[in-house]
Design a binder for this molecule. Structure first.
Ligand SMILES: Nc1ncnc2c1ncn2[C@@H]1O[C@H](COP(=O)(O)OP(=O)(O)OP(=O)(O)O)[C@@H](O)[C@H]1O
Length: 476
């Protein structure tokens, strides 16, 4: 079943398959245009879906008919999602592929294909599926089998973003992957430094070799040396009888990710520098020197320049590690990603649990004003926390945790610039300015709390009587 608008998409889709076969394809397919409007649905899809009114979805937004669809996300990210289990709104569960359709660099639509059990193993269906994927994106490399091959779970497709800034960093990181040089990734906690490190490994020639990571802040100083370099049998009291391989040896021919490198104790810094200079390790208690071939990616949320000034970090080690550099921006510097990430994490939650919740526009707007000190990790955590307690399908602002609301309100006050507070009259007294700020904060809080004065008083950390008194004093 398809309408006239479908032609453009079908042209792309059917480079290798005659158009007339579309309705006979045993593979359930639906296709949306760049606005998420359904332009194609084949008979197999309608039969699979089993909801008779679904054929009315043609020409309408897919989301209206199936709130569980991730095709709108694929439209935004341009990233294929292949072989993913999906719970449909009808309760059916199937393995699906979601493929963006490109015209040059531009995403002009997305196709959803149901790869049902049994159908997947059917040779014909498999061939057709591969042919469709190839015709949509001949250069696309099906990555489903690459996961976990090396211990790196993530690759660039997992970095969800619509921010030009992050897209730029992804491009830069891709070009770093083509080299074998050390990379230092800096940025606040939770911005995705490890995601970038794993993606670089995955995109490099070392992708089928190990990706080994060590958190330099989490391991006690006394154990760090044996963790990094290993030890021989009976090297010290309490050592294992068999000895132990260090992370460098484990990562041989692959990538070693040194997380929280800014917290590496000084004593270890000189040992690490020596290994990096000589490309050789010697296990504790051993007398054999072993050559190693490891690419090092390190990350830190510390300011290493400051640490060098205070002599807590060796400058020679810094220059060795910081040949290529990525400084990942905080989430608040790319607020345009917040809505997309909320959708992404709600959708992941849904895939895992079958619980579907949608954040309303006001909540998204409020959360976009929160500074997210814990960045994406914090956002993911808050999205899950809210979904778990939400009883209704649509999530409203009353479910935003109080501590987050308080921060948002503080932000409102700070963002009211001085000129506005001065009301255009530079000769206002300080008391007048403070009064204006107070009125504004109280008004914003009441608005957020739907005029519920007890809740507003709670958020402002004052008792209800004080709030009434202030409202009266300000003629509100
Ligand atoms: N752009 C993104 N899209 C989707 N998920 C993301 C993105 N960036 C980060 N995440 C997720 O956020 C969490 C934190 O990311 P990650 O561990 O890479 O951050 P980090 O900067 O290394 O943190 P830390 O400094 O605390 O080690 C992970 O669950 C990661 O998968």
């Amino acid at each position: 079943m398809f309408n006239e608008q479908a032609d453009k998409h079908l042209e792309k889709l059917f480079q290798h398959i005659p158009k007339s076969l579309f309705d006979e394809l045993p593979l359930p397919i639906n296709i949306v245009d760049e606005n998420g409007i359904v332009v194609v649905m084949n008979q197999a899809f309608l039969s699979f879906y089993g909801a008779p009114d679904f054929k009315n979805a043609l020409g309408r937004p897919l989301l209206e008919f199936d709130h569980t669809t991730r095709l709108p996300i694929v439209l935004k990210t341009g990233i294929p999602e292949v072989g993913i289990p999906h719970h449909f709104a009808t309760g059916k569960v199937a393995v699906v592929d979601r493929i963006p359709i490109f015209d040059g660099e531009q995403v002009i639509g997305a196709a959803g294909m149901v790869v049902i059990e049994g159908l997947e193993s059917h040779e014909n269906a498999k061939r057709i599926r591969e042919s469709i994927i190839q015709s949509i994106r001949p250069d696309w490399d099906d990555n489903t089998d690459q996961r976990n091959a090396s211990g790196a779970k993530y690759h660039f497709d997992h970095i969800i973003t619509q921010s030009p800034l992050i897209k730029h960093f992804k491009d830069r990181a891709r070009s770093f992957a083509a080299t074998d040089l050390p990379v230092l990734i800096t940025g606040e906690s939770g911005v995705g430094k490890e995601l970038f490190a794993q993606s670089i490994h995955h995109h490099s020639d070392r992708r089928n070799k190990p990706f080994v990571s060590i958190n330099c802040a989490a391991i006690p100083e006394t154990l760090l040396e044996s963790e990094l370099f290993g030890y021989e049998a009976g090297a010290f009291t309490g050592a294992s009888r068999k000895g132990k391989l260090g992370k460098f040896e484990l990562a041989n021919h692959g990538t070693l990710f040194l997380d929280e490198i800014g917290d590496l104790p000084l004593s270890m810094q000189s040992k690490l520098l020596r290994v990096l200079q000589e490309n050789q390790v010697e296990r504790i208690g051993g007398n054999e020197v072993k050559s190693i071939n490891v690419r090092v990616i390190s990350a830190t949320n510390r300011n290493l320049h400051d640490k060098i000034k205070t002599q807590e970090f060796r400058s020679d080690l810094y220059y060795r590690l910081n040949v290529l550099n990525l400084n990942i921006p905080a989430l608040r510097e790319r607020a345009e990603d917040i809505e997309l990430l909320i959708e992404h994490f709600s959708s992941l939650f849904y895939q895992k649990t079958g619980i579907y919740r949608k954040f309303n526009a006001e909540v998204i707007q409020l959360l976009s004003r929160y500074p997210w000190p814990g960045n994406i990790r914090e956002l993911e955590n808050i999205v899950c926390r809210i979904i778990v307690i939400a009883e209704d399908e649509i999530i409203g602002k009353e479910l935003i945790p109080d501590e987050i609301l308080q921060e948002i309100l503080g932000g409102f006050a700070a963002s009211n610039d001085t000129a506005e507070m001065l009301g255009g009259q530079p000769h206002n007294s300080l008391a007048e300015i403070i009064k204006r700020i107070e009125v504004k904060i109280i008004e914003d809080t009441l608005e957020i709390c739907d005029n519920n004065k007890s809740k507003a008083a709670d958020l402002l950390g004052i008792d209800r009587m004080t709030l009434y008194r202030k409202l009266k004093a300000h003629d509100r």
